[in-house]
Write a protein that binds this ligand. Structure first.
Ligand SMILES: Nc1ncnc2c1ncn2[C@@H]1O[C@H](COP(=O)(O)OP(=O)(O)OP(=O)(O)O)[C@@H](O)[C@H]1O
Length: 362
């Protein structure tokens, strides 16, 4: 397993006007489970291919445990890769397929057998071990691909590129949990590319959120939920996503477009660009009295909770309608002050309290 560091890493494809990756510095720790999450075209595959050595970056360096691997081809990086579509030898049995990466490395037969059987058990392939791969369905072939990626325990990293794309939806949940379990048992640096937030949040200890060739936040699933560093993270993570209300900041208050005022947990200095108040629907609650006046558009019953769709000073807002509360005739909305964030041009603004704490740090 390796600690992977990027130094001023960037990439522009030949002839492209915009960079696929903007210059970035970043570290992925030993044995971490990382997910690269973002919409199509944000640069996830480009970054993964730079890590695997399939692509040489146009700028900067990649280090594995401090050693510069930027110019090394894939076969000299000691990485395992699992792609979207199965890569299996049809004429071999499942056991032979799984053992292949071990045989290639000269792992003794007894050790290889133990390892193959362990991985097969984790992926639910035990009963199929002596079947030819050719006779299996797409799901099972992809499980073999996953197994071949996971079977060695001496790799620098295992790279997964949307590995559950061909997997049947009901199996996806199961495989996600199995991969997580495998990471617990064999702590290897794992990098998992996906555009699916559920996959990223289930698998990863740290999620790397990308947008337009930039890493906009690296954080635990909790951090992405509690403190989205970028408007995009607030919107992309969570269902429904975070609410954003245009506002003006006046000391410790946000003034909404219709003039209603919201008390803030901290003061903000002058902010440039478009300023917005961010609040997750989980922390915006309909109340019987007090709070802010709003107009109710509709209520969505999601089974375990009810989401009210409102307009607050003309801006659409999703909020929580507490269990048992009748739909009010005159809707009022209260925000949990500790959960309010302010964004300037899409980026989280640090308030005075946060700034003081940072300055007091080492
Ligand atoms: N070989 C290439 N030549 C030129 N431009 C490319 C090439 N491959 C990717 N790009 C561009 O680089 C940007 C990043 O692409 P990349 O494939 O890394 O994104 P992604 O997040 O993996 O998207 P997807 O989920 O659709 O694979 C996109 O604008 C894409 O069009």
């Amino acid at each position: 397993m390796a600690r992977i560091a990027f130094e001023a890493l960037g990439h522009r494809y030949a002839g492209a006007t915009l960079p696929a990756l903007k210059p970035m510095d970043m570290v992925w720790e030993h044995a971490g489970a990382y997910a690269l999450l973002g919409p199509s075209g944000c640069g996830k595959t480009t970054l993964l291919n730079i890590v695997s050595g399939l692509l040489r970056p146009s700028e900067g360096r990649v280090l594995f445990d401090g050693a510069d691997v930027t110019a090394l081809p894939t076969e000299r990086r000691n990485v395992a890769q699992v792609f979207q579509f199965p890569v299996v030898y049809d004429t071999m049995t499942v056991r032979e397929n799984l053992a292949f990466p071990l045989r290639n490395r000269g792992v003794p037969a007894a050790a290889a057998r133990t390892r193959v059987e362990r991985v097969a058990a984790l992926l639910g392939l035990t009963a199929r071990l002596d079947r030819r791969a050719r006779n299996l369905g797409a799901d099972e072939k992809q499980k073999i691909s996953l197994g071949r990626g996971l079977v060695r325990d001496d790799v620098a990293a295992i790279l997964f590129d949307e590995p559950l794309t061909v997997i049947d939806p009901h199996l996806k949940w199961e495989l996600r949990s199995r991969l997580k379990e495998l990471h617990r048992q064999v702590p290897t640096t794992m990098i998992y590319v996906t555009h699916d937030q559920t996959e990223a949040l289930t698998f990863a200890d740290r999620v790397v959120v990308m947008l337009d060739g930039e890493v906009v936040q690296i954080g635990t699933p909790e951090a992405l939920f509690e403190h989205p560093a970028h408007r995009f993270v607030g919107h992309f993570i969570g269902s429904p996503g975070m609410n954003f209300l245009p506002c003006a900041i006046s000391g410790r208050e946000a003034v909404l477009p219709g003039g209603q005022r919201v008390a803030l947990p901290r003061a903000y200095g002058p902010l440039a660009g478009t300023v917005e108040l961010g609040i997750r629907p989980e922390f915006a609650t309909m109340v019987a009295e007090g709070g802010l006046a709003a107009r109710l558009r509709r209520v969505e019953d999601l089974g375990r909770r009810r989401i009210a769709r409102l307009e607050l000073d003309g801006v659409p807002v999703a909020a929580t309608l507490p269990e048992g509360m009748p739909v009010p005739a005159e809707p009022r909305l209260a925000f949990d002050p500790a959960r309010l964030h302010v964004y300037a041009d899409g980026r989280l603004a640090r308030g005075e309290a946060a700034r003081d704490a940072r300055e007091a740090g080492p």
